[in-house]
Write a protein that binds this ligand. Structure first.
Ligand code: AG3
Length: 286
């Protein structure tokens, strides 16, 4: 008998991966967490039926959400990560010797527990001495912070369920306050392609654009997310993601990446016309 994991992208489009077996399935206080084993994509983390990562292509998402802001900020020492209980963002951040403190705030302790057991590829750096993990609501956590972080990375689920509040203007305003005067916030920004994803993307962009001095969007090709075309938001108080990129400084660090490089960094901000139009529409509404 064939077993398939499927995610419905629209009423007429389904994406499926053949799975060998289901390794675990737990219902936490917040959501359902599944891990599958597959031939083509390795292990797969699924939350509430939505694919969060696969071992095969998670490097693209995690490198792009981490190295883009890290190559722009001249000295990011103190970093807040919201969500990201799989550990992928933390793994990439710990590759920088200059990073002094990583605070990870994940609402669901069960995500970290399951990923530590089944996804060692991403959860491998929770023991780094610079990392502190807080099992709390990210919304409440940022409310209490003022002017302390150089970088905030919002690695949320989609804008419904427990992740919904991470797409509100109030949350972005609190992130702004939590950042130092030259701070950067990067978030996963959904896909521009299918209608419902594009609406979520525009709504997030509008709120971030309203809140931050600089608000730019960049893209990556991620095979296992809807349409394969995914966006990230780069929001900042001072640094511009293209003008303030210090390529030689980043290249001198010698960090070995599989997707990210500083040429691609520049190209990632060059968006297709239809995406530029969607963003402009959102900006004009704000
Ligand atoms: N963060 C969620 C990406 C959104 C995926 N959406 C979907 N499949 N509908 C990924 C977590 C990786 N650390």
């Amino acid at each position: 008998m064939d077993l398939w994991f499927s995610e419905k992208y629209t009423d007429g489009v389904i994406f499926s991966i053949k799975v060998e077996k289901q390794l675990t399935s737990v219902q936490s206080e917040f959501q359902r967490i599944d891990i599958f084993e597959s031939e083509d994509f390795g292990r797969i983390l699924v939350i509430d039926g939505y694919l969060m990562l696969t071992e095969k292509d998670e490097f693209i998402y995690h490198e792009m959400i981490v190295h883009v802001p890290m190559a722009v900020h001249p000295d990011a020492e103190r970093i807040l990560v919201i969500g990201a209980g799989d550990g992928g963002v933390v793994r990439e951040l710990t590759r920088y010797d200059s990073v002094k403190k990583i605070d990870l705030v994940e609402i669901d302790e069960m995500v970290v527990k399951v990923c530590k057991e089944f996804l060692p590829q991403t959860s491998c750096k929770f023991d780094d001495e610079r990392v502190s993990v807080y099992f709390q609501d990210g919304i409440e956590y940022v409310k209490k912070c003022g002017n302390i972080y150089d970088l905030i990375i919002v690695d949320s689920t989609d804008p419904f369920g427990p992740g919904e509040a991470l797409f509100t203007e109030e949350f972005y305003k609190n992130c702004y306050r939590a950042l130092k005067d030259d701070g950067i916030m990067v978030n996963q920004h959904e896909s521009p392609y299918y209608k419902n994803d594009a609406i979520a993307m525009q709504s997030a962009h509008k709120k971030i654009f309203n809140t931050f001095d600089i608000s730019q969007v960049y893209q990556a090709h991620i095979p296992t997310y809807a349409s394969g075309h995914w966006l990230f938001g780069f929001a900042s108080k001072k640094y511009h993601p293209v003008m303030d990129l210090n390529s030689s400084k980043w290249n001198d660090l010698g960090i070995k990446t599989k997707y990210y490089n500083t040429n691609l960094h520049l190209g990632a901000f060059a968006l297709p016309n239809y995406v530029q139009e969607l963003l402009k529409e959102a900006e004009e509404e704000s």
